[in-house]
Structure formats: structure tokens, C-alpha cells
Design a protein around this ligand. Structure first.
Ligand SMILES: [Zn+2]
Length: 354
């Protein structure tokens, strides 16, 4: 049976109702063209699911959203009424606004693998940096581009640096129930501590499942809890859950997702096709850089247009590496030529003949 959801949209803010459960969806512009939706749950207690990247614009967008909810939807709610903030995963476009003093003192819920507070992540950011360096070298990325990517990564480091910790942090685990019986589903893959959150008939999807794009994957070379093996398991988990329960999916970006299991199956299918295409490319031994460029040959702007963001190139390498790593784990590709000489740090992969 199809789930009954009443949807109303006023000045960009959406309200979703299933029976008496109301969710407001407030768009926050992180930078031009990049939106995170902050979800507001009104349920005796007032909670937010996710925040945007911290900026004046993002803060103004949240203020403006609350104003529209008060004036247009006639729902009395102020910033100071918010008690809980649930972060679906530790990426800056989901937690950045925790730096805003107006949100201090709240209860923050985040999976322990992605706990960005208490300065724990500071050490991780440095480790990740070293890992990225190694990854780019092994992938055969040319030195100039390696440097550009590392500089770019350094310039984002401040997002992870917190010097104020006056939040009460609750670390989440799979199966936990929080607030008014909201249930946590740990879904690692896109991020180690990614969670989905069930609130009555709603399932908050974070970046685990999105309506249009397939959430980004990265290789496990510098971080555990990511990669396709985890991601496929997490998709299965949500497919099972949403086949058994009629849940309406609200991701942190893009449009609402329903039925959730159908979208999850389509994402799975997409990755299988990508795996097959990569396997074909690796008929001859290729490193990650070569494989990536060949895979994205129909989007030449990524590598050929100097104005194209450097970070996209890096994300493309990671995305392909996540797939190659999965093929390696499944015994479909093998490493060739690595370590034949000391200078030879670049790893090449070849499809196994079956
Ligand atoms: Zn995101």
C-alpha cells in the first residue's frame, strides 16, 4: 500500500506530514548550487537532522526557514527551542554549523565512528592527509596534480577544527533508540559513521541514498568504514528495512525518495555496471589514474578543462579506486608489476582471465 504523505511547499520550505508527524525541510545553500536540507522534527521535542556548511549565508538560510515556518505554516518554533541535533555523518556540509554559538548547549547525536567533536578528528585529519598522499602516488597521478589536490585538501582543514565543545554529545550505535523512540540504522560506506534515522513513517537517509546522483564512494586505503563492500551491505540493510516497512525517504540533498528500496536497488545496479566497465578497461594493466581517465572519457571536462574544480578530479580517482578495490577483493582483478623495483610505487591492475 502506498504511504499517504501530505506535502506543502511555501517559499522553498517544504512540510511533510504522515498522520500527526510533521517534518519541515529547509534548504541551506552551502555554496552556489550546493544545497543541504536541514530537517526539523516537531514531535513534543524539537530536533534538527543535519546542518549545513558554516557560513553567513547558511545561518541566514536557517533563520529565514524558521521565519517561513512561523509566518506561513503558523508553527511556533524558534532557534532556542531546538533541543537536539542529529548529524547523519561527519562531512562538513552536515555538521559545519556546529561552530555557530547560537546552537551551543544542544544535545548532539552522531555515530561514534564519525564523532567530529572532542578534537578526535583533528588527529584523523592528519592521518587522512598522509593517506591521500600515498593514495595519489600509488595511483600514478602526475606530481603537479598531486600537489594541487593536497593544497585543496589543506584549504578545507579548518572545517574540522573545533575549539568550542559546549555540546552534550551522544555517540550513536546501530539499533539504538533516541529521543522519542527514533531508531538508528548504521549504514557505513559513503562515510564510516553514516546513519539512517527512522522517525515513524519517515526514514532520514543522510547521504546514504540520494534521489538523483549515486553517493560518492572512496577507497579504504586511508580510512576504514568506507568503500563498496560496506556500502553494498548498507544498501541491503535499507532495502530489507523498507520492503518490510513502508517508509518515506528524506535524504540530506536532492528530492524525497519513495519507494526507498527501488532507488537503493537502482543504485546497486549502477555500481554493478560501473564495475563491469572498469573490468573491461583493465583488460590491459592500468593504474588508477589511467583507469579513471578512461572511464570518464565521455566527460572530458573533468580532466581537460583547467577551470574544472581540482576536487572533482580527486573524487573521480577515489570513486574508481573504490570499485577497483572491490574487484580486487572479489578476485576479479590482480595487481601486476608492483614492487618490481624500489621506484615502482605505482600500482597497476589487470582483469583476471576466467
Ligand atoms: Zn552531504
Amino acid at each position: 500500500m502506498k504511504i499517504v504523505v501530505e506535502i506543502e511547499k511555501i517559499q522553498g520550505v517544504e512540510r511533510y506530514c504522515i498522520k500527526h508527524q510533521k517534518i519541515y525541510r529547509i534548504p541551506i545553500e552551502n555554496f552556489p548550487g550546493h544545497i543541504t536540507f536541514i530537517h526539523l522534527i516537531i514531535d513534543g521535542e524539537i530536533s534538527l537532522v543535519d546542518l549545513g556548511l558554516d557560513s553567513k549565508k547558511a545561518r541566514d538560510d536557517l533563520r529565514k526557514g524558521l521565519e517561513i515556518i512561523n509566518r506561513q505554516f503558523n508553527q511556533r518554533v524558534n532557534l532556542k527551542d531546538i533541543k537536539n541535533i542529529i548529524i547523519t555523518h561527519g562531512h562538513p556540509d552536515h555538521f559545519g554549523m556546529l561552530k555557530w554559538e547560537k546552537l551551543a548547549g544542544r544535545k548532539i547525536y552522531i555515530h561514534r565512528w564519525d564523532n567530529v567533536l572532542f578534537g578526535r578528528l583533528n588527529g584523523r585529519v592528519d592521518r587522512v592527509f598522509l593517506g591521500i598522499k600515498k593514495f595519489l602516488k600509488e595511483s600514478g597521478v602526475e606530481e603537479k596534480l598531486q600537489e594541487e589536490i593536497l593544497n585543496e585538501y589543506h584549504s578545507t582543514k579548518h572545517h574540522f577544527e573545533f575549539n568550542r565543545f559546549d555540546y552534550e554529545v551522544i555517540e550513536l550505535e546501530d539499533g539504538m533508540e533516541i529521543i522519542n523512540g527514533y531508531r538508528i540504522y548504521h549504514t557505513p560506506g559513503h562515510s564510516p559513521g553514516e546513519i539512517c534515522l527512522k522517525v515513524d513513517g519517515f526514514l532520514f537517509l543522510g547521504d546514504h541514498i540520494l534521489s538523483d546522483i549515486t553517493p560518492h564512494q572512496s577507497s579504504t586505503t586511508y580510512m576504514t568504514g568506507v568503500g563498496l563492500t560496506y556500502y553494498f551491505d548498507s544498501l541491503e540493510k535499507i532495502i530489507r528495512l523498507t520492503k518490510e516497512n513502508n517508509l518515506y525517504g528524506l535524504p540530506a540533498h536532492e528530492k524525497a525518495v519513495y519507494p526507498v528500496y527501488k532507488r537503493a536497488e537502482a543504485i546497486k545496479e549502477f555500481h554493478y555496471e560501473r564495475l563491469a566497465a572498469i573490468l573491461k578497461i583493465c583488460n590491459e594493466p592500468k593504474n588508477i589514474s589511467q583507469t579513471t581517465r578512461e572511464y570518464y572519457r565521455f566527460q572530458p571536462e573533468i580532466f581537460n578543462d583547467p577551470a574544472h574544480p581540482v576536487l572533482d578530479k580527486y573524487l573521480a580517482f577515489q570513486e574508481i579506486a573504490a570499485h577497483v578495490e572491490y574487484l580486487l577483493k572479489k578476485g576479479r582483478v590482480e595487481i601486476v608489476g608492483h614492487g618490481e623495483s624500489e621506484e615502482n610505487e605505482i600500482i597497476k591492475y589487470r582483469a583476471k582471465r576466467v
